[in-house]
Design a protein around this ligand. Structure first.
Ligand code: 5U1
Length: 679
């Protein structure tokens, strides 16, 4: 290295440090410190130095994240400190038994005023357990759990995971550190990975855990690098340092200080009753988390007590996992029905032998489209694995071919609409097949009316789905415009509607005439025009006439409207049937104030992203969202470094904590209402 200029050495070290720090801010703290372009520029500089002076390259270089030469096999690794597993509790009583065992073993029963045990509670991520070894702060080895004593060396693969530090940050680092944790694939990454696999004709992964395991089992680390894996630390194995933490919480905080991601929901509580409360809270939040969890892990927080408690076989006496109901179960596919939606999309829906999955009984699952049926290779009569995770609708993840009965039969996609018998057509390049019946198709009319009347659209209270079905089936109404001619006498007796309820419904229909332009656009049910696009159209064009007159080019000038949505909008307003329904609605008195374009130019919250969380007492969440969108803000469901403002009401949880840690401005409902008065 003698002939490498000194300034190259120092530039190289500086670039490595800066890039590792950017990486930590971006992937661990979710708080980017530089724009992507600047990160890319620095990375290119680093790579140029490495290609000119290969001898400089070190194992903590962020250029390692892209993967390297493929291996021929994984070598075995012996864990000097065994990787433990956890005992399980499946109900509260078993958790209370665990607490009793802990107290007995610590002789608390003999104490007069024995304190409650402090427990560290954290979600149990559904991924792959790993052990990472650091010598003098540098990552030297990554290994799988294996049988707890011998695992596999997956160092090249773990180096590609952005939330794993290649070098520990901070000056006070241990000479030896083994960090244990879970590598997992967040749900969004899993969906994206499967969408890509399906698009290129490959097999989809059954669930995020299998996808994470498969990604780590790659001999070619470049493949692992292409998977959006994350790692969350939850304990240490070997540890040699000047000082050591005295509690589990303290240890996790120390790990976070060295650059590891720890779980944001981790909390220390006192006593087993509080553990149960924590379980219930997380069970309620489970569907909204960004990743799959399969339970809660409780650990005695005090590390000296942990030591006194010790182990049985391969599990510690100081920890237990309380499992959530399984999110995957096997059941039988009884039949497939084809439903026709608002835009004519014909969707196969699986009718299942009811099965309890993820805390609810599931008897239907979507099969999406014909390609999905083919991809799964599923027959009626098959045993199938149902997966229900997050707030997504239940899916058939896999067919258990070994259990296929002799009388199983293939699913035939209909060529004619099951409702109106018009031809079912599939446009080139589209996965969805559609009924070509348009407004002649009863199913499409019904769905269009249900959407029009829904709460976030024209908000017609009392017009339920069954009533819409009846009104269309009996030929009382043919379009949304006909709603405004409905008389009390036509409604009485339908769906057991008494005179008073029928009169209320007619009044609600009349009241809905007064609306906003954004809601009206949304109510029309134009393909891919949701509430946000409704607001975008209203805010940017100011009137219905202006949108009707706009061509695709004019629509594309608006931020957030892409060519596909622009195409749907133009098609919708070119259709004379749609225009005559709009005219009939206006003739019936449906009206809204147009938007003053000069006022729009100064939309005060344009470009800002706001998040609403917790309860609201004075204003409804929906009203708050509408007001913000009218002012030009985007309203997002999660807090990130890009959030401009959080409005937090009573009961706000992780979004509030996250906003606090990212130092995002926070206001309560009263402050929000004051703010609205002033803008
Ligand atoms: N969150 C968490 N998951 N998990 C899994 N903590 C945790 N601890 C574990 C395991 C196997 O084992 C401890 C005994 C270190």
């Amino acid at each position: 290295m003698a002939n490498i200029p000194e300034h190259v050495h120092s530039d190289y070290e500086r670039l490595k440090d800066e890039l590792n720090q950017h990486n930590h801010r971006y992937y661990v703290l979710d708080d980017p410190s530089v724009p992507d372009a600047e990160y890319d520029r620095q990375m290119r500089q680093l790579q140029e130095i490495e290609s000119q002076y290969p001898s400089l390259k070190t194992s903590d270089s962020p250029s390692q994240r892209v993967g390297g030469e493929a291996l021929s096999a994984f070598t075995q690794v012996r864990h000097d400190v065994a990787m433990l597993s956890l005992d399980n509790a499946f109900n509260q009583a078993e958790l209370e038994d665990f607490d009793r065992r802990v107290k007995d073993r610590l002789n608390y029963a003999a104490l007069k005023d024995a304190p409650e045990i402090e427990y560290a509670c954290e979600p149990k991520l559904d991924g792959v357990a790993v052990s990472l070894l650091y010598r003098d702060g540098l990552l030297v080895r990554g290994a799988t759990r294996g049988d707890g004593t011998v695992g596999e060396d997956i160092t090249a693969n773990v180096r590609t995971i952005n939330s794993i530090p290649l070098k520990l940050v901070s000056s006070d680092i241990p000479s030896l550190l083994e960090v244990r944790g879970e590598i997992y694939l967040p749900r969004a990454g899993f969906e994206a990975l499967n969408a890509k696999a399906i698009a290129s004709g490959e097999k989809a992964f059954v669930n995020p855990r299998n996808a994470a395991a498969g990604s780590l089992r790659q001999l070619n680390s470049k493949i692992t690098a292409s998977r959006p894996l994350e790692m969350c630390a939850y304990s240490v194995g070997q540890f040699v340092a000047e000082t050591s933490p005295d509690s589990h919480l303290n240890m996790l905080q120390t790990l976070a200080g060295w650059g590891f991601k720890i779980n944001e929901h981790m909390q220390v509580v006192s006593g087993i009753a509080a553990c149960e409360d924590y379980y219930q809270t997380l069970a309620e939040r489970r569907d909204g988390l960004a990743y799959d969890i399969d339970g809660i892990v409780y650990k005695v927080n005090d590390l000296r007590l942990q030591e006194r408690l010790g182990f049985v076989a391969k599990a510690p006496r100081w920890a237990i996992a309380r499992k959530f109901p399984a999110q995957e179960e096997m059941t039988q596919l009884l039949d497939v029905e084809f439903q026709v939606g608002r835009t004519g999309a014909v969707t196969p829906v699986a009718r299942l032998e009811p099965v309890f999955v993820g805390g609810v009984t599931v008897s239907n699952a979507t099969l999406h489209n014909g390609d999905e049926i083919q991809r799964l290779g599923v027959y009626i009569g098959d045993s199938v694995i149902i997966r229900r995770a997050g707030d997504v609708i239940p899916q058939i993840a896999k067919v258990v071919l070994e259990k296929r009965p002799a009388n199983a039969r293939p699913i035939v996609f209909p060529e004619r609409c099951p409702v109106c018998e018009s031809a079912v057509v599939r446009a080139e390049g589209e996965a969805v097949a559609r009924c070509s019946g348009g407004l002649f198709c009863g199913a499409q009319i019904k769905q269009a009316i249900k959407h029009f009347a829904s709460r976030r659209a024209m908000d017609i209270d009392g017009l339920g789905d069954k009533l819409v079905d009846l009104l269309v089936d009996r030929g009382v109404i043919f379009s949304v415009a006909d709603l405004y001619d409905l008389k009390v006498e036509q409604l009485v007796g339908l769906e057991r509607l008494a005179e008073k309820s029928a009169a209320n419904l007619v009044a609600a229909i009349q009241a809905s005439k007064e609306t906003s332009l954004a809601k009206f656009f949304y109510s029309l049910g134009i393909r891919e025009v949701g509430e946000t696009t409704g607001h975008t159209l209203a805010n940017n064009f100011g009137s219905l006439e202006a949108v009707i007159a706009a061509d695709a080019e004019a629509l594309l000038e608006v931020d957030d409207i892409g060519p596909i949505v622009a195409g749907h909008i133009v098609d919708f307003f070119r259709n004379p049937d749609n225009l005559s329904i709009i005219q009939a609605l206006r003739d019936a008195g449906v009206a809204w104030p147009d938007i003053d374009q000069s006022a729009q130019a100064s939309q005060p919250l344009k470009g800002q992203t706001w998040v609403l969380t917790g309860g609201m007492d004075i204003m409804s969440r929906a009203e708050a969202k509408d007001r913000l969108q009218e002012l030009g803000a985007k309203v997002a469901g999660s807090v990130s470094a890009k959030t401009a403002q959080l409005v937090a009401g009573p009961g706000a949880g992780s979004k509030l904590t996250r906003a606090q840690s990212l130092e995002i401005p926070i206001m309560d409902e009263a402050e929000f209402i004051e703010f609205l008065k002033k803008v």
